[in-house]
Write a protein that binds this ligand. Structure first.
Ligand SMILES: Nc1nc2c(c(=O)[nH]1)N[C@H]1C(S)=C(S)[C@@H](COP(=O)(O)OP(=O)(O)OC[C@H]3O[C@@H](n4cnc5c(N)ncnc54)[C@H](O)[C@@H]3O)O[C@H]1N2
Ligand code: MOO
Length: 403
């Protein structure tokens, strides 16, 4: 059986970046940049006042104070018409371009104007050269790489792209993800379950995780364990970039699913991974004339599906969206209590991670009742990683997968 890292390696080898297109930076929120953003200009484009006050020559204030003639007022968005000579100052507002000849700005709070003589300003202290002036090119040089290909577009990047790229950006298209929930026992959320029936939890949860991951979910609903029905649903699902089939992994896909998937040209890459929960995970790929489709058969138990999504499906989505590869494992969490994993599989245990004053990042395994227990995960924000057949003590450092 493959280890989690071997399975992740396989998923990464078979994932491929999708095609690129240009769109508005706002619409690209959550997507990854397909190309580096190189600054086309230097920033700021002019020497800029950073305080409301007076632009002056610092040499005029040598010795502690000065009385200067106010020659004009420069507001942001306007340029100076006068050059500042010895003994002169210009009233200036934050963001306005510095007038020629001036090298410094004194804050208005450090000046005084006599009401009898409003054309002159008293500078109260010596002003060091360069005070409150942001030099041209002081933030960015022309040609400097500001954003790297693969970085995710957050509100910060939307702002930077507005400044340097006219609000446009080239990103990879969003992957489409079809979701099929298999099982004769399933009814939809709005339906009343009959004897032995349960509501379809995985369909909506997977669609929500897909959307949260920045991809486009296409729910194909519940499919009964019936050949014709499953054949048609898989055919439709294979039009997407990724097909998720939940349920029937330990037996179902092994019998019905792989046969139908093979008929549609899907080749198995692996079946079963050494982890708990999620062992029956199935992964395959269809290489067609068009773009390939990755197929994940997710175990039916809701938490098993969730764990497999966060470990494997999210990695595939990130690669397809061209995001810089990041390991799903975050190291350095201090375990809050003793924990034993007597089982022969590494376990990804629902837990609550937080930062505590003086203790750094801590992680507390929850009182979880197994792969069918989704309700306890309402308190979880992480999966604590424990090796097989192992004993951990409070205070040990462990890794986690954030969920
Ligand atoms: N003989 C064996 N039995 C099982 C094995 C095994 O290796 N040998 N593996 C166990 C493990 S581990 C898991 S996990 C489950 C995986 O089961 P399947 O992927 O085959 O899924 P099902 O049997 O269809 O369902 C399991 C469980 O999950 C419920 N379920 C299914 N779909 C949904 C859904 N959309 N929403 C909510 N709940 C769902 C289903 O009713 C079952 O209770 O198999 C073990 N058995
Ligand atoms: O691996 Mo199953 O997913 O234990 O519950």
């Amino acid at each position: 059986m493959l280890s989690v890292n071997q399975a992740l390696e396989q998923v990464s080898q078979h994932s491929y970046p999708l095609s690129t297109h240009e769109c508005s930076a706002f619409d690209a929120l959550g997507a990854a940049l397909a190309e580096d953003l190189v600054s086309p200009v230097e920033s700021p484009a002019f020497d800029k006042a950073m305080m409301d006050g007076f632009a002056l020559r610092s040499a005029d204030t040598c010795g502690g104070s000065a009385n200067l003639e106010i020659v004009e007022e420069i507001t942001a968005g306007n340029t100076a018409s006068e050059s500042i000579q010895e003994g002169m100052a210009a009233r200036i507002m934050t963001g306005a371009p510095m007038p020629k000849g001036a090298d410094s700005v004194v804050m208005v709070e450090h000046t005084q104007i006599d009401s009898e003589n409003v054309d002159r300003v008293q500078i109260l202290d010596e002003v060091p050269t360069g005070s409150h002036v942001l030099k041209r090119g002081g933030l960015l040089e022309k040609g400097q790489v500001v954003l790297s290909a693969g970085s995710i577009i957050r509100p910060i990047e939307v702002g930077i792209l507005a400044d340097l790229a006219g609000g446009r950006v080239t990103v990879r298209r969003k992957p489409t993800v079809a979701i099929i929930s298999t099982g004769d026992e399933l009814v939809e959320a709005h339906e009343e379950p009959g004897p032995g029936q349960i509501r379809n939890t995985n369909g909506p949860m997977l669609a929500a995780m897909v959307t949260e991951a920045g991809a486009e979910a296409k729910r194909l609903g519940i499919v009964r364990d019936n050949r014709e029905h499953l054949y048609a649903a898989i055919q439709e699902g294979l039009e997407a970039d990724i097909l998720l089939i939940s349920g029937g992994m330990s037996v179902g896909v092994k019998d019905l699913g792989p046969g139908i998937l093979a008929e549609h040209g899907v080749e198995k890459v692996f079946h079963k991974v050494n982890l708990k929960p999620g062992k029956p995970l199935w992964f395959g790929k269809r290489e067609g004339s068009g773009t390939p489709t990755l197929v994940f058969g997710l175990p039916g138990n809701p938490v098993s599906s969730l764990v497999c999504f966060h470990l494997f499906v999210r990695s595939a989505l990130n690669a397809m969206m061209g995001r810089t590869a990041v390991s799903p494992f975050v190291p350095g969490f201090l375990l809050t209590r003793d924990f034993a994993n007597p089982g022969d599989r590494p376990v990804f245990f629902p837990a609550y991670a937080c930062r505590k004053e003086g203790a750094g990042a801590t992680i507390a395994p929850l009182n979880w009742k197994g792969s069918a227990d989704l309700a306890t995960l309402a308190k979880a924000n992480a999966l604590a990683c424990f090796d097989a057949n192992s004993q951990y003590e409070a205070g040990q450092f462990i890794s986690a997968v954030m969920v």
